[in-house]
Design a protein. Structure first.
Length: 328
């Protein structure tokens, strides 16, 4: 800074003002200082600035199951939103979730100087660990009972929309292929499906469980296809729904003439399935944006924050129709 000040013919304080984006420097002096910076190859020291201000402009993200569709889309949205707000993102994958693993992830992020942390670990697992204190935290895709702010899609609303859509078409009941028991999202979707059937005084069929993969959807779809009573299926994600569609096709059950199918997520490929998939859209862009905005707000106001449920919508395509026949 002293070298820049000498070359530009200004004080070190003026160089500091320009480097920090202050507005109380006239345009000609600012241009002279920036020319001197370029000539000398000067770059402001972010670490030193952070030590002075106590703000690192960096967000840590602790994530489990990095390969799942919802996680990758939400991470992309978080990175985009953070960059737009002038923050970098430090990703910390947790391969096996335990109390110690989460504590270690927090410790490593603390050493790398982040301002706060976004947690992306399913609630059923997260309930088993104690979140460390000392850093502001926002929890994504989780339960609503934490002391930290929580951001998630409205899973309950989405499952109700899917189930009621099938009932309103005239199906007597709706079968459900759920996600893994460890998943908070899967649990909320299952509970909402069951409650919606009970609210409409419909029988609650046996629950089938998958692991989010299209292969598990195919296996469950083969079981469902063999039952002539099955006319409507709500599947907990689009990838499993793809496997269900294949199984129904191979068993001669036409979609939607014989069986209607609804998915969840509205992944880009859902509109290209055959038939195009009716599904529940959860907007991962909004979830990621809301997570970053909530964390940044939490940095400046640590008072308790309420849980934020991002609305879901039903996207109706060609995989659902009134039942052609009902066998009971």
């Amino acid at each position: 800074m002293a070298d820049v000040a000498r070359l530009a013919g200004v004080s070190g304080q003026t160089v500091s003002r320009v480097a920090n984006g202050r507005l109380n420097v006239d345009a000609a002096t600012r241009a002279r200082v920036k020319d001197a910076m370029r000539e000398l190859g000067y770059r402001p020291n972010g670490a030193a600035r952070a030590l002075r201000s106590g703000e690192f402009r960096s967000i840590g993200v602790i994530v489990f199951e990095l390969s799942t569709f919802g996680t990758t889309r939400t991470l992309d949205a978080i990175a985009t939103a953070a960059t737009a707000r002038g923050y970098s993102v430090n990703l910390m994958p947790v391969l096996a979730v335990s109390r110690q693993a989460v504590a270690d992830a927090f410790s490593r992020l603390g050493e790398q100087a982040v301002d706060g942390v976004i947690m992306m670990i399913e609630a059923q697992i997260l309930d088993e660990v104690q979140l460390p204190t000392g850093l502001p935290v926002v929890v994504v895709h989780a339960g609503l009972h934490y002391d930290h702010p929580v951001v998630d899609a409205d899973q309950t609303q989405g499952a109700r929309l899917a189930t009621e859509h099938l009932l309103e078409l005239g199906h007597r009941t709706v079968w459900h292929l759920g996600g893994p028991p460890s998943s908070f999202a899967a649990d909320q979707r299952r509970r909402s499906w069951e409650q919606t059937l009970r609210d409409h005084r419909c029988a609650v069929p046996e629950l089938l469980i998958g692991d989010w993969s299209s292969a598990s959807g195919y296996d469950a779809g083969c079981r469902l296809a063999a039952d002539p009573d099955v006319t409507a299926i709500f599947v907990a994600n689009d990838q499993m729904a793809l496997g269900v569609l294949r199984a129904l096709h191979e068993h001669g059950r036409k979609v939607p003439d014989d069986v209607s199918v609804v998915g969840f997520d509205d992944m880009e490929e859902a509109a290209q399935f055959w038939p195009p998939l009716t599904t529940v859209r959860q907007t991962f862009t909004d979830i990621g944006q809301c997570s970053v905005d909530t964390l940044i707000a939490h940095l400046h106001d640590p008072s308790p924050h309420t849980a934020l449920a991002v609305p879901t919508t039903l996207v109706i395509r060609n995989s659902t129709a009134p039942p052609r026949r009902v066998a009971y």
